[in-house]
Design a protein around this ligand. Structure first.
Ligand code: GTP
Ligand code: SPV
Ligand code: MN
Length: 628
């Protein structure tokens, strides 16, 4: 039993449209009884007109897109520009993740920790029961079985999302292995995550009166609630991204991080790539950056440095587990890309641009008069005329951007030209290096290597980054975002740090440790310009890191960690501003004093629960910088 329906007055029950659409909750033959029972319970609570079990087929996807075109949720783009692609415009108040409405409802408040919103599970269930009651009246409830990771893979996990949003179903089909194969794998006794989602806008009111639908139904009231102990998710009121595509942040990070804690693995906000050196040596790199800080770009990196190649395995989420052969093994549990559109262009990320030739759902980008899409950063010059993300006329003289800053594209990973041949392999890859990064205009150098695992955990735990448009908040404001997991860790972050430290002990025992690095592509000059050109040039930094992993290069011990001898960075053919390289590595004690004070205050929030290793690392850093 998950939620119980409050007693509805009989006149509040949905009026069925016709005898042809009976309210039937019948599950397809062979469905695990627990799945069927849960779906029935939710249907009884939310009272949809129909329940549709999704098989993941192309025919089903076609049916969904036709339905959404009819309701104005999406519109087809001109096929000569984008094959079988669509534009969705969201409601203006439903454009990004809502962290203030995201809750971890663990039994005990201290298990959610000071960085999560906690709510007592019983009280939250009551609130949700009230909100979900009748919330799908007049709509179709879709049942979406899915697998994170290839169906049946050793590291893969199953889930079922019910939703009344066809946009979410279509997104789930791109982002996960969704449909019949996952449903068949959901055999009795198999664990699965329950994810219930409603846009919270019933089409039939309490008196049985039907109203017209709107293109992007949602509700002013929003709840993204997680019950970590019972592996359940309830999401109300939003249809946007991580709020609604529950396989992604809610399952594959928040719930999965709790499963990973309990079972000895990691669920991380990381990209995953294979990097091939000029000699043909293959390395695998997992890198954590906060939202809209360059994971997709790194995942599709086209190194300018001759001979180096990057193959894409994942761009947002990585599950890592101890490898039976020692060290860590990793899979990308997703099957699609939900990438930030603005800033993606032929000059910055040509691989993403090539990926977007078709089969793409664009959300909140601008529309060109010729039926193609546009966003800031796609081309140097904006088109003369556009419809902006709200559907209003736009010219380059307009004050607001044409695309919403958190406009996104949803596209199958398989379509990416740089995707690794074996991206779909359940075995995953052996990880050689872990990289942490953030968006920092000051302080953090271009690249540093951790001295050891514990120092690496300290680097991860002390990531701070300037806020982006990926969630509500003030863009540009510096905030602590440890491991790029601040909005995504499903339990007390101090315990999460402890879990990373303990895993290190276990990996050390296997004799194979991934090396840990910290990078910052975003350091700026006094005039505000970036000191480092970024994008394809980041391959030079990657080459240095992997030469370190290969044991080919010495490094300099600095207060912040191991740094490159500047001559070892492969910078041939790169024109940096005079002095830029030195500034990219400069350590300013006064600024670092503030940084350390801020870190100390942040660590203090965790009280007794903080593993002592991290404050100890902080003390050592103070001493090394001569600031104690
Ligand atoms: P989420 O999907 O929100 O988790 O984000 P992400 O980390 O995948 O972000 P993405 O790669 O889409 O990057 C978003 C923004 O970062 C874009 O505006 C890019 O132009 C910018 N960006 C990425 N790499 C670099 C870089 O090396 N230098 C600079 N200056 N900007 C970059
Ligand atoms: C992020 O915000 O980190 C994303 C986008 O990857 S969303 O799926 O909406 O969370
Ligand atoms: Mn992300």
């Amino acid at each position: 039993m998950t939620l119980t329906a409050p007693d509805l007055p009989s006149e509040a029950l949905p009026r069925l449209e016709s005898a042809a659409t009976p309210l039937t909750f019948a599950a397809p033959a062979g469905v695990a009884p627990a799945v069927a029972a849960w779906v029935t319970e939710l249907a009884e609570l939310t009272r949809p007109d129909r329940v549709e079990w999704c098989d993941g087929s192309q025919a089903e996807f076609d049916r969904l897109t036709r339905r959404m075109v009819a309701t104005g949720t999406i519109e087809p783009l001109a096929s000569e520009h984008r094959h079988y692609s669509f534009l969705a415009r969201s409601a203006p108040d439903d454009v990004a993740r809502v962290e203030s409405r995201t809750f971890i409802c663990s039994e005990r408040e201290e298990d959610a920790g000071p960085t999560n919103n906690w709510s007592e599970p019983g009280a939250m269930r009551e609130t949700l029961a009230g909100l979900f009651a009748g919330s799908m009246r007049g709509r179709t409830m879709y049942v979406v079985p899915f697998s994170m990771g290839p169906v049946g893979g050793a590291m893969s996990r199953l889930g079922v999302q019910v939703t009344d949003s066809p946009y979410v179903v279509a997104s789930m089909r791109v982002m996960t292995r969704m449909g019949s194969a996952a449903l068949e794998a959901l055999r009795p006794g198999t664990d699965w995550v329950r994810a219930a989602h409603t846009v919270g806008m019933p089409l039939v009111d309490d008196r049985g009166i039907r109203r017209a639908d709107v293109p992007w139904p949602c509700n002013e009231t929003k709840y993204i609630s997680h019950f970590p102990e019972t592996r359940e998710i309830f999401s109300f009121g939003s249809a946007y991204g991580g709020n609604a595509i529950l396989a992604k942040k809610a399952f594959a990070l928040r719930i999965a991080s709790v499963m990973a804690r309990d079972e000895g693995w990691l669920a991380e906000h990381m990209l995953l790539v294979r990097v091939i050196s000029p000699e043909g040596r293959r390395f695998h790199v997992a890198a954590a950056f906060p939202s809209a800080c360059g994971k997709t770009n790194f995942a599709m990196l086209k190194p300018t440095l001759p001979g180096w190649r990057v193959e894409t395995l994942g761009d947002d989420i990585v599950w890592l587990a101890p490898d039976p052969d020692g060290g860590l093994r990793a899979i990308n549990p997703e099957a699609g890309l939900f990438g930030v559109a603005p800033g993606t262009g032929w000059a910055t990320n040509p691989t993403a641009m090539e990926t977007l030739w078709g089969n793409t759902i664009f959300t909140n980008v601008a529309l060109r008069p010729d039926g193609d899409v546009w966003w800031e950063g796609m081309t140097d010059d904006a088109p003369e005329r556009l419809l902006d993300w709200r559907g209003e006329d736009w010219t380059p003289a307009s004050a607001e951007p044409a695309a919403h800053p958190n406009a996104r594209f949803t596209v199958p990973l398989a379509q990416c030209p740089s995707v690794a041949d074996d991206w779909d392999s359940p075995a995953g890859v052996h990880v050689d290096a872990i990289v942490f990064g953030g968006r920092r205009r000051t302080n953090v150098p271009l690249v540093t290597e951790a001295r050891d695992w514990e120092h690496g955990v300290f680097l991860g735990a002390t990531i701070a980054s300037e806020q982006t448009a990926a969630a509500e908040g003030t863009v540009g404001e510096l905030r602590r975002d440890p491991f790029a997991m601040l909005p995504f860790c499903g339990y007390n972050m101090a315990d999460y740090f402890g879990h990373w430290l303990a895993l290190g002990e276990r990996l050390r025992g296997t004799g194979r440790m991934p090396r840990v690095f910290q990078v910052n592509w975003f350091r700026r000059d006094e005039d505000g310009s970036f000191l480092w050109p970024g994008f394809g040039e980041n391959g030079r930094v990657l080459a240095w890191m992997l030469d370190r992993v290969a044991g080919r290069l010495p490094a300099v011990d600095t207060p912040l960690g191991l740094a490159p001898r500047l001559d070892d960075l492969p910078l041939d053919g790169l024109e940096l501003q005079p002095g830029a390289l030195e500034r990219l590595f400069a350590v300013e004690p006064a600024a670092w004093r503030d940084e350390l004070d801020d870190t100390e205050a942040f660590f203090a929030r965790f009280g007794e629960r903080m593993p002592p290793q991290l404050p100890r690392q902080l003390d050592r850093l103070r001493t090394r910088l001569g600031l104690d």
